[in-house]
Design a protein around this ligand. Structure first.
Ligand code: FMN
Length: 301
C-alpha cells in the first residue's frame, strides 16, 4: 500500500514522524522500534553552539500530559554534524533537523551550516524562542517577523523548509500565512502550550524555570482545531501534532487536513508508538479500501 507523502522536495515513505525533543537524536529509540519503518524523525532542536538547558526540575506530570522546561539543551551544530549524523545517515526514514536561534542572523547562519549535509532531508525551524533583539518577544507570535525570517532562511538553503508554529498566539492563521508568504515549504504545528504547576504546601513552582510547555493528550483538542484552521488557510502541506497517542488520533489529524503527523510526548509512554501507527494506518486503510489521499482532508464542513 502506498503511504508516501511529498512535503516540499522531501518524500516520506509514510506520514508518521516523531516530534522534536521527544525522540532524542533517533538512535536512542532503536531498541524499541524499527526506525526504517517510520516516515521520518525530527531531531532535538539544534543551536549553533551547545546548550545546557534550564535548571532542574525540568519535567512535571499533569492531568493527561506533561510540562517540560528542558530549555532546548543540545550538543550544538558542529557535534551534531560530526558525531550524530554518522549514526543516523543510513536510516531509510527521512531526517528532519529541528533548529533554533535567538536572532535572525543566527537562524540564517545555522541554516547554512546544516544545509551542508546532503543526507538531511528537511530543516524544521522552531519559532518558539524569544527574539533577543526585539526585547524577548517570541519570533513565533509576530507575522511580519515570521515572513522576513522565513524569506531570509529560505534564501540560503535548498532543503525543504518547515516552519514550526507556536500555539501561543491570538490567530494561528495569520502566523501560518506569514510563513507561507515567506516561502516555507510546509508548516508544522503545534509546539507546546505555556503553563505552570505549583507545590501548594511549599508555595513554590514545581519547575526550576517556573513555566514550561504543556504537551500530551491534554492538548489534542487545541492542536486538532489549529491544524484544521491552518490546513484551510494555506496551500502548502501542514504537518500536525499535539497529543497524539494512538492510531485514532493520527486518523483525526489526517482527516482535518494534515498531510503528515508527528508523535511527541507519547514516545515516553510507549516508545514503539510511531511504528505501531504506521502498521495500524496501513491496516485501517486496507480494510476500508481507502487511500491516504482520500482520507487526508476528508472532514465534512
Ligand atoms: C521534552 C520535550 C522537549 C521538546 N523539545 C522540542 C524542541 O527541541 N524543539 C521543538 O520544536 N519542539 C520541542 N518540543 C515540542 C514537541 O516537538 C511537540 O511540538 C509538542 O510536544 C506537542 O506534541 P505532543 O503533545 O505529541 O508532545 C518538545 C516537547 C517535549 C515534551
Amino acid at each position: 500500500m502506498d503511504l508516501s507523502v511529498k512535503i516540499g522536495n522531501m518524500i516520506l515513505n509514510n506520514p508518521i514522524l516523531t516530534a522534536s525533543g521527544t525522540f532524542g537524536y533517533g538512535p536512542e529509540f532503536k531498541d524499541y522500534l524499527d526506525l526504517d519503518r517510520i516516515g521520518g524523525l525530527c531531531t532535538k532542536g539544534i543551536s549553533i553552539e551547545p546548550r545546557g538547558g534550564n535548571p532542574a526540575p525540568r519535567i512535571v506530570e499533569t492531568a493527561s500530559g506533561m510540562l517540560n522546561s528542558i530549555g532546548l539543551e543540545n550538543c550544538g551544530s558542529a557535534k551534531f554534524l560530526s558525531d550524530v549524523m554518522p549514526q543516523i545517515r543510513d536510516l531509510k526514514c527521512a531526517i528532519i533537523v529541528n533548529f533554533y536561534a535567538y536572532t535572525e542572523e543566527d537562524f540564517v547562519r545555522l541554516a547554512e551550516i546544516l544545509s551542508v549535509d546532503e543526507r538531511i532531508d528537511a530543516l524544521e525551524m522552531n519559532l518558539s524562542c524569544p527574539n533577543v533583539k526585539k526585547g524577548g518577544s517570541a519570533f513565533g507570535s509576530n507575522p511580519d517577523l515570521i515572513e522576513k525570517l522565513t524569506k531570509s532562511v529560505k534564501s540560503v538553503t535548498d532543503k525543504t523548509l518547515i516552519v514550526k508554529l507556536s500555539p501561543n498566539v491570538a490567530d494561528i492563521t495569520s502566523t501560518a500565512a506569514a510563513a507561507e508568504s515567506g516561502g516555507a515549504d510546509s508548516i508544522s504545528l503545534i509546539n507546546t502550550l505555556i503553563g505552570t504547576a505549583i507545590d501548594r504546601e511549599k508555595k513554590t513552582f514545581l519547575l526550576g524555570n517556573k513555566i514550561g510547555g504543556l504537551s500530551g493528550p491534554a492538548i489534542k483538542p487545541v492542536a486538532l482545531r489549529m491544524v484544521w484552521q491552518t490546513a484551510k488557510a494555506v496551500k502548502i502541506p501542514v504537518i500536525g501534532m499535539g497529543g497524539i497517542s494512538s492510531l485514532e488520533d493520527v486518523i483525526d489529524f489526517l482527516t482535518v487536513g494534515a498531510k503528515a503527523v508527528q508523535i511527541g510526548a507519547w514516545n515516553f509512554i510507549n516508545p514503539s508508538i510511531a511504528q505501531e501507527c504506521v502498521e495500524g494506518l496501513e491496516k485501517y486503510l486496507k480494510e476500508r479500501s481507502e487511500t491516504l489521499n482520500e482520507l487526508t482532508g476528508s472532514i465534512k464542513e
